[in-house]
Each structure stands twice: as C-alpha cells, then as structure tokens.
Design a protein around this ligand. Structure first.
Ligand code: NAP
Length: 488
C-alpha cells in the first residue's frame, strides 16, 4: 500500500518562538518530514522569529541541529536537509517591542501564498503578537494564526484570550492546537465509529457498561516544574486532551466530516457533562523513587515546594446527561511517573444477559480498546472457546489491529504536529478546538478545581512507577469495576 501525498499550496509559515523547545522538538522536524514526503511545495518558506540575534544561516544551523536530534533517522537525507534549509529564514523580533516588525512585514509582502503565523511562545504574548500583526498590516482576512496550549487557566482567562484574538482575527482564522487530535488513532476513532455499521448501534448506554480513558506518563515534571505546579493534571491534561478524547468517543454522528459539524457535536457533549461529585475524584502526587536502578525526586521536591497542593495524578468519574449516555459512567485518569507510558480509550461492553454455558464458563465482556500510544492501534476483545478437550471453557482473545503491522510501511509515522500544520495550510479546522469548546471545557473544569481548593484538599501520595493513588482503584472497586492494566 502506498500513501498518496497531496502537496499543499505555497505558503509562508512564521514561527514566533522559532528557537524554542516546541519548535525544535516538534514543529521544525515535522515540517522537514512533510518536505521529504513532497507535501511542502519548493516555494514554501519557513520564517523563524524570536528575540535572539541570529542571521538566516545562524538559524539554519539551529534548525539543522534540531532535525538531527529530533527528526528521526536521517540516513540518505543529507541533500533533502540541505534543500529544506534553503526554505528557512529568520527575523530577530520582539513580540512586545517594535524591533524586527518592519523586516517581518517586508518578508510577508508576497501575496501569492498562504500566510500562517504559529504562536509558539508563552500565552502571555499572544495578545501582543495579534496586535502587532494587525498594526503592521499582516492580519489580512486570509491570514491564519496557530495558538498553543495552555489556552487559559480558567474560564475567565480563556474568555479574555478569545476576546484578545477575536479583536484582530475571526474564528475561522484561529487554529487552537491540541496535538492529541492530530494523532492517527484519534482520527481512526471517528473512522471506526462512523465508517462501520458494526459499532454505532451498540454505542450507547444500553450496550456499553462504561468507558475508560487513561493517559499515563512515566516521566515526572522534569524542567516544567514551575509551570506545572501552577497547572496540575486537571488543567494540563484533563481540561484539554482527555476532554477532547471524551468528546470524540461520546459525540453524536455529525452530518458531515466538516469542521463546524464535528465541533458542534463535541460542544454538545461538553455541555451535557454533569458536575463531578467530590467523592468521584481522587488526586495524587508521586513520591520519590530510590531504587538501585532508578532515582527520582518526589513531585514536591521536583517543583521545589514541600507544601505543594498540585496534583500530578487525577482520576475521576463523570456522567453525560443525554439520551445516548444516561447511566453510563466515563472514568478518566492521567498522571506522571506511572508504571508505563500508555494512552488508551477502552469501551467496555455489558455482559451477555444470560450465559448459556453455565456458571463455570464465567462472565465475559467485549472491550474495544483504542491505543493512542505507544503502538497505535485498535483491539477488540472477543470471547471464544478455549481450544482443546475438556468442555466449554471460554477465554477472551484480542482481535488486534496494530497499525504498523496492519498497514506496513504505509503507516509511516506522521506526527500529530505535522498533520495539524498541514491542516492549517489547507485551511481545515476540523481537528482544532473552537473558542466556545474551550470555554465550555473550562466552565465544567472550574467548579471542580474550586471545590477541592475551597475544601483545602491535599493530593494523596502514590509511589512512583505505580498506577496512581489507592483511592483511584477504590473509585472503581466501589462500582464493581476495575481499571484496565496500564501496559507499555
Ligand atoms: P520555550 O522553549 O521557552 O520557547 C519560547 C520561545 O519564545 C523562544 O523561541 C523565545 O526565544 C521566544 N520568545 C520569548 N519571548 C519572546 C518575545 N518577547 N518576543 C519574541 N519571541 C520571544 O517554550 P516552548 O516550550 O517552546 O513553548 C512554546 C509554547 O508552546 C508555549 O505556549 C507552551 O505552553 C506551548 N507548548 C509547548 C510544549 C513543549 O513540548 N515544549 C508542549 C505543548 C505546548 P527568545 O528568547 O530568543 O526570544
């Protein structure tokens, strides 16, 4: 199977924060991959922009290093890299001052192309950038801006940010990135749900017992301690990534696979979410790891605050009050320093109403698991007869579609960022969050956070390398259920 790469139209992509971590780790290597795949037209230009004083060649050196470090196997791609670097330019600019803006304006004078500006800087600079782009005549009606998370830290700040951007750009020019939406499997989730007759009739509270969404990381807060301690797992992961996954799994079929049709349905899910009861949430902080092989500081040591009340782990149960899902619980958990790096959505179906095989055969459930990382793929657990003599014993076996195996070379890894940047150039907003979606997600999140803050709750410790607090297992046990194993 060979993939069909359709080149995008000529474009200029200005990366504000072009020297930063995200640009070096994701954006620039991603663009290089699209260049190698033939998707970037030769006339496209990538213009890095930051305060550090560099000329074009100085920046090309940084870009080359970033691609060598983060761009995967470069074997045989030396000439491609050279050609790619010819498309790269740099402007020394201050988002909060006037330096560099005339130079950038000069760059952006070519009107024969799509103009996109990636705000890969602190959100505190988004307003400055939007205002200056407008002031210097670069905020035309066709211009696109890409903004990174975090999009606010509560409803009030998200509204403010939306209003700041809306002062100079219309909603269809704003691309709010949630890179989870760019993952192959996440889009496959929609293909599986809405491209097959098999699942949709069963996709409701009549047949689904519950749904689990787990995003487990093995890393700690690392160098992001200062930012993370002001956010925590709820703001950093649940309000955006897990919420987006919940929407895609729970939404009604949109009439078309078109940006607003999809986003309207996602918004309805968020608005139908019930408030979460305090005893349906558990929060944790990882403890230090002091084994012979691994040694890591505790969460509080990592963030440098021995009294921090910020969670590095959260598990919660929520309900969606609509006809499809009334009575079906959705369990979500995410955390750092867990036993394995794994993101998985599991749709756990109900048991058969009656077992014709008798009590000894046990009760079995089908589970549809959608793995986002690692080994992206979909598994359907089905019940079959255990082979061999000895009567009718039942076992559960997986029908496994690991994309890398099923699709061979064609599943050649397209990173979420690559796909999303190409979508920006194509003008396709389907996989980007709309302003009202972000606000609705904060409107649900805010009371939860205010609740534990007003009660003065402190997260419970959990040992590093485990799957979170004992309370999270208790949350499931009380309902007669179990978390799925976090497997690498
Ligand atoms: P970073 O490493 O601190 O980089 C910030 C960039 O902004 C640098 O290029 C910096 O360059 C530039 N900058 C700072 N002040 C500026 C100013 N006044 N004018 C122009 N440029 C300025 O940050 P990052 O990790 O790349 O994160 C960038 C954005 O992506 C943030 O919104 C972050 O929340 C988001 N994000 C990052 C990640 C990640 O994995 N890194 C993941 C998700 C979201 P100079 O110092 O040379 O100006």
């Amino acid at each position: 199977m060979t993939s069909r790469v359709i080149p995008v139209d000529p474009f200029d992509l200005v990366i504000f924060g072009g020297t930063g971590d995200l640009a070096r780790r994701k954006i620039l290597p991603g663009l290089f991959h699209r260049f190698c795949a033939g998707q970037m037209p030769p006339s496209a230009r990538i213009i890095g922009a930051a305060r550090t004083d560099l000329d074009h060649d100085g920046y090309r050196g940084i870009v080359a290093e970033a691609i060598e470090e983060f761009g995967g196997n470069l074997g045989g791609k030396a000439q491609k890299l050279k050609d790619f670097l010819d498309t790269v330019f740099y402007v020394t600019i201050d988002a909060q001052g006037e330096d560099g803006w005339p130079e950038l304006q000069e760059f952006c004078k070519q009107k024969d192309r799509i103009e996109a500006f990636y705000f890969s800087v602190s959100p505190s600079l988004f307003g400055d950038l939007a205002e200056r782009l407008h002031h210097w005549g670069m905020a035309g009606p066709e211009t696109r801006i890409v903004v990174e998370k975090p999009f606010g830290r509560d409803l009030a700040t998200a509204k403010h940010l939306n209003a700041t951007l809306a002062a100079h750009f219309s909603e269809d020019q704003i691309y709010r990135i949630d890179h989870y939406l760019g993952k192959e499997t996440v889009q496959n989730l929609m293909a599986v749900r809405f491209g097959n007759m098999l699942f949709e009739p069963l996709w409701n509270s009549q047949y689904v017992d519950h749904i689990q969404i787990t995003v487990a990381e093995t890393v700690g807060v690392g160098g992001r301690g200062e930012y993370y301690d002001k956010a925590g797992a709820m703001r950093d992961m649940v309000q955006n990534h897990l919420m987006q996954l919940l929407c895609l799994i729970a939404m009604e079929p949109p009439a078309r696979f078109a940006p607003d049709a999809v986003r309207d349905e996602k918004l309805k899910v968020i608005r139908a979410l019930d408030p979460v009861l305090p005893h349906h949430i558990t929060r944790g902080q990882y403890e230090a790891e002091q084994g012979a092989e691994k040694q890591h500081p505790s969460y509080r040591e990592a963030v440098g605050d021995p009294r921090s009340k910020t969670e590095s782990f959260i598990a919660l149960k929520c309900h969606i009050s609509n006809w499809r899902w009334a009575g079906t619980p959705f369990y979500m958990r995410t955390g750092k320093r867990m036993s394995a790096r794994s993101s998985e959505i599991s749709v756990v179906f109900k048991e058969t109403p009656h077992s014709i095989f008798g009590a000894d055969a046990g009760r079995h459930r089908n589970v549809l698991s959608i793995r986002l990382q690692p080994n992206e793929g979909i598994t359907l657990g089905v019940t079959i007869k255990e082979p061999g003599p000895g009567g009718m014993r039942l076992i559960d076996v997986p029908l496994d579609m690991t994309f890398a195996e099923a699709l061979g070379d064609d599943s050649e890894h397209v990173d979420a960022y690559e796909r999303l940047i190409m979508d920006v150039i194509r003008g396709n907003q389907t996989l980007f969050m709309r302003g009202d979606e972000v606000e609705a997600a904060w409107a649900w999140t805010d009371p939860i956070i205010e609740g534990w803050e007003s009660r003065g709750e402190v997260p419970k410790p959990y040992p590093s390398g485990t799957d979170g607090t004992t309370d999270s297992h208790e949350l499931m046990r009380r309902d007669g259920r179990k978390w799925r194993e976090v497997s690498p």
